[in-house]
Design a protein around this ligand. Structure first.
Ligand SMILES: [Zn+2]
Length: 371
């Protein structure tokens, strides 16, 4: 690979500009909160999200017309579309390789766990409860909690990653919180669709039937969320639980790693984040909340490939820089995102260590035959 293959596309910078184009609105909401509360945290958040991606520190190799991006200021705000997209990609690559590794011994099942829609003021307590009850459900499958007459361990549960998503129905003003999980179950898991219930229908159309496992999960989740005791009797007597669906992920894990309010930024879904009342509800409900949590074998996992990858990235990056420095020493510049885009158009080539990392990961996937 020579330097031209490592150059960052102009398109990449244009996408960034698009991703931060609504940040000024969130910045205003934070500013309003600052005015109301005098809490300086909101002032900082307001400034930080407004400046996200706007300033770039670059090492400029003038004669070769190459700029090495050393640093960019990122806000890492929960409501910054740009930072959240990047985080989702990071999570996907981190957990993705680990889940691939477990697929040798397990079926990685995409499980969606829902509750009925709620009013804005109910969202925070409802999320608290979902977060509290979810680990209990996993404990039954792990065999840590037992229910006489029900065999939870036959499903061969090994672990789980749980991600939160909150969507909003702007027609009726209710929130729909739910978990997207990747669960390790035994390889020969029986997901044969057999049963019909009210969750099988959408607009009067029969869409799907449910397996034994799904019906069990639906009922256990309902019983837990309604503060009842999980027994053989309570399970059998319950006619219908809350909607829980399971399907073989077949190696597609992205649903679990996208960020909590993805739809919130989406114009076609009403871009509800950019309406101040819904922003405030989400801000309070998601404050200090962990978005991704691992359990069992996926709790505190070791990032098996991480260190080897970093070594390879450093080596390749240092080689590139050494070659550039043979010709000249760089000068440090600070550029705005608009200037970066403009200079891309004039043939300046931007490189960065993180782009080299991305290329190495892509190269590895190609070698593994995953693309
Ligand atoms: Zn940001």
């Amino acid at each position: 690979m020579d330097i031209s293959e490592r150059v960052i596309d102009e398109e990449y910078f244009r996408d960034l500009k698009q991703h931060v184009s609504h940040n000024y609105q969130i910045s205003e909401f934070y500013e309003n909160l600052y005015r109301e509360t005098d809490d300086f945290t909101f002032y900082n958040k307001s400034k930080s999200i407004d400046c996200c991606c706007k300033f770039w520190d670059v090492d400029y190799f003038c004669l070769q017309n190459v700029k090495d991006v050393k640093r960019v200021n990122l806000c890492r705000d929960k409501f910054c579309f740009n930072c959240q997209s990047m985080l989702a990609i990071k999570r996907q690559s981190k957990f993705g390789s680990i889940l691939d590794h477990f697929r040798k011994d397990y079926m990685v099942v995409h499980m969606v766990v829902t509750v009925p829609n709620c009013e804005p003021e109910e969202l925070l307590p409802l999320l608290d409860k979902m977060y509290k009850k979810f680990p209990y459900m996993m404990k039954y499958f792990k065999g840590q909690k037992k229910v006489s007459g029900i065999n939870f361990t036959k499903y061969g549960y090994g672990g789980c990653v749980r991600g939160l998503e909150v969507t909003y129905n702007s027609d009726i003003g209710t929130f729909h919180p739910h978990f997207h999980c990747m669960v390790l179950f035994c390889k020969d898991l029986d997901l044969t669709p057999k049963y019909i219930n009210s969750f099988s229908y959408d607009n009067g159309q029969l869409l799907r039937k449910f397996s034994d496992l799904e019906i069990l999960l639906q009922k256990v989740w309902f019983i837990l969320m309604n503060d009842c005791t999980v027994t053989e009797k309570s399970i059998n007597q319950l006619r219908e639980g809350y909607s829980v669906t399971c399907q073989d992920s077949e190696g597609y894990y992205h649903e679990c790693f996208k960020y909590a309010c993805k739809g919130a930024f989406d114009e076609s879904k009403g871009a509800f984040l950019y309406k101040e009342p819904t922003f405030r509800v989400l801000y309070q409900a998601l404050k200090n909340r962990r978005m991704i949590q691992g359990y069992g074998l996926l709790h505190n996992f070791n990032d098996l490939d991480g260190e080897i990858l970093d070594d390879e990235v450093n080596e390749e990056y240092n080689r590139v820089i050494a070659k550039l420095r043979q010709i000249e020493e760089p000068i440090l510049y600070i550029e705005s995102l608009d200037e970066v885009i403009e200079r891309c158009g004039f043939g300046c080539r931007y490189i960065s260590k993180s782009n080299i990392k991305r290329l190495i990961i892509e190269r590895r996937r190609e070698l593994d035959g995953q693309t």
